[in-house]
Design a protein around this ligand. Sequence first.
Ligand code: HEM
Length: 324
Amino acid sequence: MLDRWASRDEIDLLEQMERVTLSIIGTAMFSADVERHAADIRAALQVLRRGFQREVGVVPTFPEWIPSPHNRRMQGAIDDIDAVVHELIDARRGRADEYDDLLSKLLTARTDEGARMDDEQIRDELVTVLLAGHETTAAALTWTWYLLANNPGVHERLHDHAADADPTETVGSSAGAADDASFVKQCVQEAMRIYPPVPVITREAIDPDEIDGYEIPAGAEVVLSQFVVHRDPDLWEDPLAYRPERFAPGEREAQPTYSFFPFGGGQRICIGRLFALAEAQLILARVVSEVRLTLRSPTHDTPAVDSAVTMVPDEPVEMAVTDW
Ligand code: HEM
C-alpha cells in the first residue's frame, strides 16, 4: 500500500483501508489474493448497504421472492460476492491438505458423526469472515486517521512512539517498547469509542424481563448502541474529545465494564477482535512511521456518518500523503 502511495499525493482513505484489510484477510484466512476483487466487492457492498438501509427504513420493501428492482439489485450484489467465495472454494477443492488456513479447516471439518459442512454452510462462514473481517477494521482505521488528522498533537505523539513500537507487545511490561505499543493501541481504541465501527447490535429477548423500569416482552428486539453508550457524558467526560490516554493502563479498568464494547460481549463477542486490534496497530504504526496523512476533505467539524451494520464517513475522506 505504501508503495502504491509513493506515486500519489492524495488518497481516498476508506478505499485504501478497505483494500489493505481485504488483502490481509484474504491472505490470512484463505491464502488467496482477494485484493484483486476489491473494486467488485466494494461496489457490491455499497449496493447492500443502501439496500439494508431501505429494509430497516420506514418504507416497506417487497418480500425477497418478488422480483422488484430493489430485490434484483440486492441479489445481484449477493451473487457478485458469492462468485468470489465460490472461486476460493473451487480453487481449493481436492487440495485442502496442502494448506493450513481457515478455508482448508472448513472444507475438511467433520462433526463427531463424520458429517462434513454442506456447501451453503461453508459459503456462509466464508462470506461472514470475508466481510466482517475487513470492512470493520477498515472503518476503525479510517476513523482513527481522521481523528489523528484533526488532533495534530496526538498525531505527532503517535509518530514519535510508533517508530519503536512492537504492536504485538501491548500488554505486560510498563516500560519501553510496550509503552509505545500501548499508545498505538490507545489511539485505535479511543477512535473506536467515538466512532464505533459497529454502532449497534441487537439481541432478541427469550423471556419477558424488566430493565430499569422498562418492560421487555418475550421476543422483543433489544438494541444496544455502542454509538450512544460510548458518547454518554455520564460515562465519558467530554465525550467527543479524542484523548487516547483514556485507555492508558489503569484508566480503562476504572470505567464500568460495558461503557466500551466495540466488539460486543458475552457469547457472541467478536471472534476476530484480537486479530483486528493487532492488524490495526500494525498498519497504524507502519504508516505513521513512514508518511504523514493530512486531511484535505471533509473540512467541516463533524462528518455525517453512513451507518449500515458498519459505520463509515458519509462522504469520501481525502488525505494528502506527505513526508514528516
Ligand atoms: C475493528 C474491527 C472489528 C469490529 C469493531 C468488530 C465488531 C464485531 C461485533 C460488535 C460483533 C458482535 C455482533 C453481535 O453481537 O451481534 C462481531 C462479531 C463477529 N466478528 Fe467482528 N469485528 C471486527 C473485526 C473482525 C475480524 C477481523 C473478524 C474476522 C477475522 C471478525 C469476525 C467476526 C465474526 C465471525 C463474528 C460473529 C461471531 C459470533 O456470532 O459468534 N470481526 N464483530
